[in-house]
Design a protein around this ligand. Structure first.
Ligand code: SF4
Ligand code: SF4
Length: 356
């Protein structure tokens, strides 16, 4: 990608430092990311119609999207875990598991719900922005994202920077503003995992309200597993590509944070540090602060990291119960299962910036 300079002289270059250490290989037995209605843009629809003339397109929040099958089913183009139009698939499919946030800089991060990515770099990352980043298997995803960024990067970044400055001015007037690098510096030596008083996992929607908003994860089954609020706890449902679901069992999220093995705790801390490094996280925190009348950016960021950690622990513990490991301490694999069932949910939050 070219490196257009913005009006303030800074760069619209894509920051790749959060890809450092990751490698990606799509799993042929997965299909998790195809339980969606991918957005169409540019020439996507035209190219797809050449391959699939019967393509059904729906309008959603002002955008055109490929229709998915009813009742939580997969994208209409998914056929036995294969995309019927792989070579013409739209941008969100070409670029997953990359997620690009356009804020005061343009930053790439990986969606850790995808089981084609290893989580071990979370333990090894030392933070910072230094280039060059080492990553493997994300080159075609990045090439697609760069192509789309070239014509819009500088403009979107200027717009986002303007929105960020407005929020910063409002919060500074209330004495609550702390800039991003200072937030990261102040939290760099604090434990980020929730303690007993900071453990508040989110309640889940009920499946009766629809299967689409439920957190999903890949569990080696034909379809992804979704977690929903059940009668006495959470229920696990296997989603069917054609729509509908099959109940797998129920489990009760723990009332206290589960005990962690040493490597489980290290992975959770590494994961929350990854969140702190994501620009989309602090951009979402700022938006939340506009609705909350008190607290500084540092305090709010820490509370929200505790909330993310709470979801990882609750979902990891429920997945352990569903596997018959009730009562066990959460080890590294247990925490990883919680991360897989959590990451996409929090990445979907609104920010003052834009997602590509
Ligand atoms: S979630 Fe990841 S591994 Fe699964 S199909 Fe999508 S890209 Fe491949
Ligand atoms: S277009 Fe293809 S890759 Fe994209 S969600 Fe549909 S089936 Fe999956």
């Amino acid at each position: 990608m070219t490196d257009p300079r913005d009006a303030d002289g800074s760069s619209s270059e894509l920051d790749l430092s959060l890809l450092d250490g990751f490698s990606f290989a799509c799993r042929p037995d997965c299909g998790l990311c195809c339980f969606s209605s991918p957005r169409l843009e540019g020439t996507d629809e035209e190219r797809l119609r050449l391959m699939v003339p019967s393509l059904r397109v729906i309008a959603r929040e002002g955008e055109r999207c490929i229709a998915s099958r009813p009742d939580g089913g997969a994208c209409e183009l998914l056929d036995h875990l294969r995309c019927r139009a792989h070579n013409a698939r739209p941008a969100p499919c070409r670029e997953f598991p990359l997620s690009i946030h356009i804020g005061t800089r343009i930053q790439a991060t990986v969606v850790l719900s995808c089981p084609g990515l290893s989580v071990s770099p979370l333990l090894e990352r030392k933070g910072g922005r230094s280039a060059p980043s080492r990553f493997d298997g994300l080159e075609t995803e990045l090439a697609s994202a760069r192509d789309r960024l070239v014509p819009v990067a500088a403009r979107l970044r200027v717009e986002a920077t303007r929105r960020q400055r407005k929020i910063a001015r409002e919060l500074a007037a209330q004495g609550r503003w702390v800039d991003d690098e200072e937030v990261r510096r102040k939290l760099s030596h604090r434990p980020l995992s929730p303690g007993a008083d900071e453990y508040f996992p989110d309640e889940l929607p009920s499946a009766v309200e629809g299967l689409e908003p439920l957190p999903m994860y890949f569990d080696g089954r034909d379809g992804p597993v979704a977690l929903a609020q059940g009668g006495g706890g959470w229920e696990a449902l296997e989603l069917m590509a054609e729509g509908g679901s099959k109940p797998l069992g129920e489990a009760v999220p723990p009332e206290q944070p589960p005990d962690l093995t040493e490597d489980g705790r290290a992975l959770l801390e590494g994961y929350l540090r990854y969140w702190l490094a994501r620009d989309c996280f602090l951009a979402a925190v700022h938006l939340d602060m506009e609705r909350v009348p008190e607290g500084t950016v540092v305090e709010t960021a820490l509370e929200e990291l505790h909330a993310i950690g709470s979801d990882v622990l609750a979902r990891g513990a429920v997945r352990a119960q569903l596997r018959g490991d009730a009562g066990a301490r959460l080890d590294r694999e247990g925490v990883e299962r919680g991360i897989r069932a959590t990451d996409q949910d929090w990445l979907d939050r609104p920010t003052w910036g834009r997602r590509l």
